[in-house]
Write a protein that binds this ligand. Sequence first.
Ligand code: PLP
Length: 391
Amino acid sequence: MSNNYHPNTKAVRIQTERTGQMEHSTPLYLTSSFTFGSADDMRGAFAEENDDNIYTRFSNPTVQEFIDKICALEGAEDGFAFASGMSAVFGSFMTFLSTGDHILSCASVFGSTHTILTKYLPKWGIDHTYVDVNDVASWEQHIKPNTKMIYLETPTNPGLDIVDLEAVGKLAKKHNIILNVDNCFATPVLQRPIEFGADLVLHSATKWIDGQGRVLGGVVVGKKELIRELYLFCRNTGPSMSPFNAWVLSKSLETLDVRIQRHCDNAEALANRLEGNANINWIKYPFHKSHPAYDIAKKQMSRGGGLLTFELKGGLEAGRKFLDALQLLSMTSNLGDSRSIASHPASTTHSKLSVEEQAAVGITPGLIRISVGLEYIDDIANDILQALDKV
Ligand SMILES: *Cc1c(COP(=O)(O)O)cnc(C)c1O
């Protein structure tokens, strides 16, 4: 496909291979292995003299199509697709970190990423330091001679804090450290971390990329030589994406831009409708002027995304009452769906943390996170407003 096309065109049109049927929609190569015309072809494939597919744990045309589209959207050279977002996170750690290495991570990371950093990596002698997402200037003092990777999410979950990608990109370059960015919340439609110096960008494709709450998936993209190492690690350890999930996710990418734009329209409108509500202390949305890092968000994102948070005046108890009062929004532990979702981190995902630990990652007892869906905006806003009246 011509390189001159816009990334959105590539996300719609990239089609790695056609079968002899000349189908218009993209085919699904649901096969665990591939055959060869001759012993010499097979020898050549294993010797990597050609890029013939061998086995779906290594590569598969449907999976490759999904990877090619993400690379086009992120402006990346190459990538590898995983069975889930967490296998992408874990694969990116295990490929590039060895015993004795140190990782600098922003303090508010996805729950299971936190568990990998604190519980599992130490088993292999890999150490971490958590740094303050809102104070990138302080990160340099935590860099050690053995710091191999900087890891971050922006916007963060569920705090919706913004990390200054340009500043971290410069820091990583200066110290020759791999910068690994979880771009799940923004998607490449809104933010392309490679333009700010990221070496690796990863996603839970389960969220906005699927966008309809159907399949799990993950992907890591970046520089060719890094992805080569990642590929060799993964082709042997086996966290690869299923071709079926790749087919679903590749079709999803055809509509990613239009979906994300509408999620943003709805989230912006909702932020305006909730502002000043008598039952909440504040709202937080990256592109709302009240956001503490509004200027940084404007610099690195094209729009504010589909997530917003607010704090109920009534704290923990009000959080439960609010969820029970909702009639349209779903109560489920996912985000990035066409269906709007409300969650109350203090009583669910983060309930095992102390109040101080919750505060450190931006969670207060009355914090509500809304993943704003694609329903008609008045219906979303009215459901939230009627539930707020009942807390
Ligand atoms: C959900 C999520 C993950 C993990 O992805 P799975 O597909 O659920 O394994 C990682 N990072 C972020 C920011 C997420 O929201």
